[in-house]
Design a protein around this ligand. Structure first.
Ligand SMILES: [Zn+2]
Length: 263
């Protein structure tokens, strides 16, 4: 490694916190389903032999330029349904008062997993002088199918396995990020005991910094989104910044368990 490369990477890391960045809209593009609904969907996928994956409604998929295949049966989830209820005063119905809107939870088959849809596959152009599969083999890392119901999660790393969301906005950036989690030892069992928030943010900053360096070194898109993510994490971690911490973006794939890493 030459001195010039060190300087360049150092500058990249300085830019990561000083140069404006943007957050990917993909982190918040999907609804975040409750744990109970995610389990319900997973159980139906297993029973119906469907590949688990991101969930959306028929119209939600249309908005993402994907069509639900003809004949596909919807996945049933529990949802709040509004209904009007007449106002009661002292046990008597008040005819003059406006009816109040109440909610009741009902099961409805309005959802479909990615495997039930069709549309154009994301084209991943080859990277000149770099082969991701060779890199994965050399690092003893394998790919597994992405089975998260939350489509906002871009990818995850578990042990020596990575899974990248087929709908990931920047698949190469996510792949580098997940590889970094493994290479940096974030997914090894001895690290699992530490669930402290700041440490988790630092791990995210480390992984995303590797993604930034890889994207820039290989001349790939994504640097401004790496910076946006790093800067958001920096705001959340007092070690990096004096700014007050903000609520974590729900699209960032939070988990109280430090592994697997969902990002
Ligand atoms: Zn991550």
């Amino acid at each position: 490694m030459t001195e010039r490369q060190h300087t360049t990477w150092g500058e990249l890391l300085r830019d990561a916190v000083e140069k404006p960045g943007r957050l990917l809209e993909a982190y918040t593009a999907f609804h975040n389903y409750s744990f109970g609904n995610a389990l319900l969907a997973l159980e139906q996928c297993i029973r119906r032999n469907l590949q688990p994956g991101p969930l959306n409604t028929y119209h939600g998929w249309l908005e993402r330029k994907r069509q639900v295949r003809k004949g596909e049966k919807g996945i049933t989830l529990c949802m709040p349904m509004p209904f009007k209820r007449a106002t009661q005063t002292d046990g008597f119905q008040d005819e003059t008062a406006e009816p109040q809107t109440s909610y009741a939870f009902r099961f409805r088959p309005y959802w479909f997993v990615l495997a039930q849809t069709e549309g154009e596959d994301t084209y991943t152009p080859p990277i000149p002088n770099f082969d991701i599969d060779t890199a994965l083999r050399a690092l003893n890392i394998t790919r597994t199918p992405f089975e998260e119901m939350n489509g906002n999660i871009q990818g995850l790393a578990n042990g020596r396995e990575i899974a990248v969301n087929p709908l990931a906005a920047l698949p190469h950036k996510t792949t580098f990020h997940e590889i970094a989690h493994i290479v940096l030892g974030h997914t090894t069992s001895e690290k699992l005991v530490d669930g402290e928030q700041t440490t988790r943010h630092i791990r995210e900053v480390e992984a995303e910094s590797v993604a930034l360096i890889c994207c820039e070194t290989l001349g790939l898109d994504g640097a401004e989104f790496c910076r946006g993510y790093i800067q958001q994490l920096a705001r959340l971690s007092p070690r990096f910044s004096h700014e007050p911490a903000r609520t974590r973006n729900p699209g960032q794939g939070d988990s109280s368990n430090p592994a697997p890493r969902r990002c």
